[in-house]
Design a protein around this ligand. Structure first.
Ligand code: AMP
Length: 460
């Protein structure tokens, strides 16, 4: 047995509880031979060059949002001490019970391929003394995760996530902003999503609720599958997202966690929802959303393609997250450090983009065209161009063409919404003309204000 040999070879006396579990587990697993046909492991896949444009769009979009909202990039190792996850994710969760790739490394340590990166992010926050930085510390990561899950549509054993985590701020605006970022990520890619949201209160309020839930489900014990019976005994909250067909009916009358929330959690939740309404992010309350991992508290959310719900989504949630106020302290960081974040499944986004027929290589499509008449205007135009670029507004031009007519033709062909026109008279006056290409209406504005004016028009 490999693990046994390694432990012996490295003469490591310390056989922790986890290592024993691992060795025992290995002994019960039937040894398998690698197939002869060069296939990859089940649930692992290659990404070929033709799929790469989709991946680039997903990665670029996430990176741009991280930059825009000031989330610093954090690169984390793929391998960690198994203990990091075992301590944080929860003993009775699927990830810890059966999905983690745990093995003993050649030095004799129990290590795990990371199943997720939130616990790691918090480890890094503590390790690098980030509590001494201005709070919240906003971090962003992307990379491979590993879970020995049952492969199916949208579920792999090696998959990629990008995640945004905000550590050190308890205000509900943080939850709302993270949800806004997630929703914008999809909107920028041309995908409409709906946010499902719930609050699971604190661990104390949850205890009282769980007792109520258990007593409700005990009444139906004989109707439950073996898996659900186990959940009822070990982690009753997980019953809420059991996918058994009978569950929808049973859940209708089950107690709902929102009715058990403490006052502070209730207020927090109301504020998050108010922010979302204010900024017009579509959401749906899902009283059965609890999330799989133990460290969550208060706000939990998931995002699905518009038109799908959590119970019927073809490949599960595209993005999931929530608040995890206890995790920093649980890992030995400063008591009461709040935090909130989300992770997005990149394979699922790539497949949604393909399904929706989104062009992975959108052509440069500026909505503003710059037309000039004469050398002075051209010179001034060059500078103006840079001002637009600094504000991330793409502007097209045809500096090579002399007549206004020819330039407007180019603008029409590229479907520009506006053309800004600078002639000799405007250069002298310090003005510029904005032409609405649909109506043909023109107005003269102060040249110094044209960038901010266009900025406002383009978001309308
Ligand atoms: P979680 O870390 O479980 O909160 O998951 C966050 C997101 O990662 C989910 O919303 C999914 O989009 C994605 N995800 C989780 N597990 C898998 C998997 N096995 N394969 C592909 N994507 C996954």
């Amino acid at each position: 047995m490999m693990a046994k040999k390694i432990i012996k070879a490295s003469r490591v006396e310390r056989a922790s509880r986890v290592a024993k579990v691992e060795v025992e587990a290995e002994e019960t697993v039937k040894k398998q031979r690698a197939p002869k046909d060069l296939t990859t492991l089940r649930g692992f896949r290659d990404v070929l060059p033709e799929e790469e444009p989709y991946w680039n769009r997903v990665r670029d979009n996430a990176r741009q949002l991280a930059e825009y909202y000031s989330f610093g990039r954090l690169d984390l190792p793929l391998l960690e001490y198994a203990d990091l996850f075992q301590r944080t994710l929860g003993k009775a969760t699927d990830v810890i019970e059966k999905e983690m790739y745990v093995f003993t490394d050649p030095s004799g340590y129990d290590v795990a391929l990371r199943p997720e990166a939130t616990a790691q992010t918090v480890r890094a926050y503590i390790n690098h003394g980030m509590l001494n930085r201005p709070q919240p510390v906003k971090l962003y990561y992307e990379g491979q995760m590993f879970r020995h899950d049952r492969p199916q549509a949208g579920r792999y054993r090696q998959f990629n996530q990008f995640g945004f985590e905000s550590i050190g701020e308890a205000d509900p605006i943080v939850d709302a902003q993270l949800i806004v970022i997630g929703e914008r990520f999809f909107r920028d890619l041309g995908l409409n999503v709906v946010v499902e949201i719930n609050s699971i209160g604190t661990s104390e309020t949850r205890k009282a609720y769980v007792m109520e839930l258990v007593s409700y489900f005990r009444g139906f014990r004989k109707n439950l599958s073996e898996d659900d019976k186990r959940r009822l005994q070990k982690n009753p909250l997980r019953l809420l997202d059991s996918k058994e067909p009978y569950m929808a009916e049973l859940l209708k009358d089950a107690p709902q966690i929102v009715d058990w929330l403490d006052e502070a959690s209730k207020n927090h939740f109301m504020k998050v929802l108010e922010f979302l309404e204010e900024i017009e992010v579509p959401y749906r309350l899902n009283p059965h959303l609890v999330r799989g991992l133990d460290y969550y508290n208060r706000t939990v959310f998931e995002m699905y393609l518009a038109g799908e719900t959590s119970s019927e989504a073809s490949q599960g949630a595209l993005l999931s997250g929530g608040r995890y106020d206890g995790l920093v302290e649980m890992l030995g960081g400063r008591e009461g450090t709040p935090a909130c974040g989300f992770a997005c499944g990149m394979e699922r986004v790539v497949s949604a983009l393909k399904e929706a027929g989104v062009d992975p290589n959108p052509r440069f499509q500026p909505r503003v065209f710059f037309a000039q008449l004469g050398d002075a205007a051209r010179r001034k135009g060059l500078r103006l161009f840079e001002e637009f670029r600094a504000e991330h507004i793409q502007v097209a031009e045809a500096f090579g063409k002399g007549s206004l007519k020819a330039q407007l033709e180019v603008a029409n062909k590229m479907n520009a919404a506006y053309t800004i026109i600078l002639g000799q008279k405007e250069v002298l006056d310090g003005t510029i003309i904005i032409r609405d290409m649909d109506s043909g209406a023109q107005e003269i504005v102060d040249a110094g204000k044209v960038v901010s004016i266009m900025q406002k028009r383009l978001v309308l």
